[in-house]
Design a binder for this molecule. Structure first.
Ligand code: 9MR
Length: 372
């Protein structure tokens, strides 16, 4: 099926969310989205289209809590272009239809990433620079053409920076200098970042173009190196008159990572000083095995850590916060063997618990949005 003429609005998919009641749960009536909106802040979450369609509790929580949605996998290459030239907007259409019916904004993730690549893509990129430029242009043109009416902010490039040596991230990755070594880098050198941004601006001149990455929040030598690498990259892009509007801090936090407000605040202010918006795009928080036992103590530790980071970011001018899912039940933190706990416990790193009850992290976010 070609993409021509197939805008998302015409995908014909109906979300079951339209008739959803709003699950208030415990706590104040307003969801986090309303609490945030009252202070000029946008709160959102990553969503999984299948769950929106099949799980009323999940859909009701999203409807209640979030103003802004980002598809957790439905807008990645393997979902959108499983075979070269054959685009599939079905899964993304489910999310888009839910957003439309529930009057939520939608952001896109991600036009260029080294993961979630369909099988054909890496071999195509390995054929050389001309071929790589061709597939990049074709994807961006088709996808932005289809999503333009409903998605006004895209993570154009995702995770392009390497993890500095010594980083504790489990997913250690090969690097070429400050850049992550990926099929895109091997095909085009670091210019693929500039190229993707220019292609996106050309296709959709008023789209917000975002660079998204992780490991930028903590008070560690490697987070500082990565912050400096991001600042240098942004500076170089802007000097080359490359279009760029925002930087997304994923904020996959870890409760035992050292944190001080000053380095993060200085970084955000540096980016804002260059005219960029700064978003928190994928917030969640991994626990440590050293936390005191008992759910209350664990939740309190996560909440305190999240409040420091989010409070710092908001005070430095960040105006958009998205969590990477709302509930502990559906999170990559319990599914992904690289990050899940190894002691039989499950991370509780989201605002809602596995039964969709609001936890201390929910309260911490509400307090941060309210400025307290
Ligand atoms: O949470 C996402 C998981 O469900 C997917 O299987 C995976 C591959 O598409 O991507 C996960 O989301 C990642 C995001 O796209 C980029 N930052 C890290 C997120 C967690 O791995």
């Amino acid at each position: 099926m070609g993409l021509a003429g197939l805008g998302l609005a015409g995908c014909g998919v109906r979300a079951r969310g339209q008739a959803l009641g709003v699950a208030r749960g415990d706590g104040p009536a307003d969801g986090l989205g309303e609490v945030a909106r009252a202070r000029g802040i946008t709160f959102g979450t990553a969503v999984q289209g299948e769950l929106l369609g099949q799980d009323p509790l999940y859909a009701a929580a999203v409807a209640t809590e979030a103003q802004l949605l980002v598809p957790e996998w439905e807008a990645k290459w393997d979902a959108l272009q499983p075979r070269e030239g054959e685009f599939d907007l079905g899964p993304l259409g489910v999310v888009a239809e839910f957003a439309r019916a529930q009057r939520k904004q939608l952001r896109g993730h991600a036009l260029v990433w080294h993961q979630a690549m369909p099988d054909w893509l890496a071999p195509a990129l390995a054929e050389g620079a001309t071929r790589a430029r061709g597939v990049l242009a074709a994807h961006i043109q088709a996808v932005l053409g289809a999503t333009q009416p409903v998605i006004r902010d895209w993570d154009v490039v995702n995770e392009v920076l390497a993890n500095p040596p010594g980083s504790r991230f489990t997913a250690q990755t090969p690097a070429r200098g400050v850049f992550r070594d990926t099929p895109w880098l091997r095909a085009l050198g670091p210019d693929y970042i500039d190229l993707a941004l220019r292609l996106a601006r050309e296709r959709d001149p008023t789209l917000r173009l975002t660079i998204n990455d992780y490991g930028l929040e903590g008070d560690t030598p490697w987070a500082e190196q990565k912050r400096q690498a991001m600042l240098a990259l942004v500076r170089a892009l802007l000097q080359a008159r490359c279009p760029l509007d925002a930087v997304g801090l994923q904020a996959h936090l870890q409760v035992d990572e050292p944190f001080r407000p000053e380095p993060l605040a200085g970084f955000i202010q540096g980016l804002r000083g260059m005219g960029l918006a700064v978003l928190i795009t994928e917030l969640d928080c991994r626990e440590s095995a050293n936390l005191p036992p008992g759910l209350e103590a664990r939740d309190a530790a996560v909440a305190a850590y999240v409040q420091q980071v989010v409070g710092t970011a908001l005070a430095a001018g960040c105006r958009t916060v998205l969590t990477w899912g709302l509930s502990d039940r559906d999170s990559w933190l319990i599914r992904d063997p690289d990050v899940s706990r190894r002691d039989g416990q499950q991370h509780r790193g989201h605002p809602l618990d596995a039964a969709f009850r609001r936890k201390a992290m929910w309260q911490a976010l509400a307090r941060s949005f309210a400025g307290g």
